[in-house]
Design a protein around this ligand. Sequence first.
Ligand code: ARG
Length: 439
Amino acid sequence: MKKKTTTNPLWGGRFTGSASKSVQNYTSSVDVDKRLYKEDIAGSLAYALGLKEAKVISAKDYSKISKGLKSILKEIESGKFQWDKSLEDVHMNIESALIKKAGNSAKKLHTGRSRNDQISTDLRLHLDTVIKNILNLINQAQLSIVEKAKVHAEDIMPGFTHMQIAQPVTLGHHLLSWFEMLERDFSRFSETKERMSVMPLGSAALAGSRFRVDREKLAKRLDFNSTSNNSMDAVSDRDFVIEFTANSSILGIHLSRICEELVIWSSSQFNYVQLSDEFCTGSSIMPQKKNPDVAELIRGGSSKTIASLMGLLSLMKNQPLSYNRDMQEDKEFIFSASDYCTSSLELFSRMVSEMTANTERMKDDCNMGQITATDLADYLVERDVPFRKAHEVVGKIVKHAESKNLQIFELPINELQKFTKVISNDVKSYLDPSRGYKS
Ligand code: ARG
């Protein structure tokens, strides 16, 4: 037997039948979008003031609405508010509660507004706050990196390409490459923040509204940079959430690559760094184990940001204009990406601050891999040997050293001179890994 429930009081006028419980559950998003309550209330407060100023509602209506909304905000924040799944989403839960408090005045709040422009406003306001937080956290992470880099400005280590020892670098230099990755993330998020600061209110369902609320004033009040130009685009645009998750994905892969290095560096084979115990866990069977779980989870968790981006792209790719209910599905993707970014950045900063580098081990590893071969080639070039020729000569020297199981800096000068007369005693400093680093 089909279970009937009452029709939604906020849109039920034209319905005789009502949605079954299963349909209500299926269409309800409040469990997810209630996270937007603060922005929803801020948007409503500003919009109500706009309605009052446009003389669409009276001062008395406005005062009842604003009092009601403020008390709802308190109820939500103290955990007393009763969220009702059958009221679909955050917007209707709050509006129904407001009607209970402010009666007919509250029923005027939605004049010239739709949940379509409302949700787009809420999301933009929400992401603005989230991005501010992410920008701060990126700065914090960069600060931890710079501080470590300062300590290790002179400590040499092997630099790698293809995961093979390539040339000596300093640990400071390596760490500052992480800084640069995050610097680009910072600029991407900042740009998105600016670009999405466009206020959709006034677009209503899709066609705009006949009520002349001063949109410029409203935008200023809500701290938007501008107002949307086209109402149909305004209610159906989700570029900004796609951009947000694209930025999150790039940040995610940066954190993941860095954490991959930390996992490798903290292994017994490498033993380049020691992560603080706080960021590691043991094994339930192998007593000796200290696993770099936080680094692994930052690496693994970044896949959620990529999944969010893919999810949103496929969600949006074939929606005709203007609003479609499909868009309701965007929230989980957004929250999943933002939660990853904020929680990972926070732990990442602390993990970097608290790690210790085993600089002796790193230095020792510069005594292998023929790490100064390029410096020897440069030495020859500085003495007028064409680079390609120098490359070939050094290649032969390397082959010779390896046949004797030696590094090129261990070969006596007279042996090096057999390959080219250009070499003299001053080559020593070029072959010394600790002298050869670039920064
Ligand atoms: N919960 C909806 C969303 O997140 C709000 C807009 C619903 N609009 C509508 N006409 N059903 O997109």
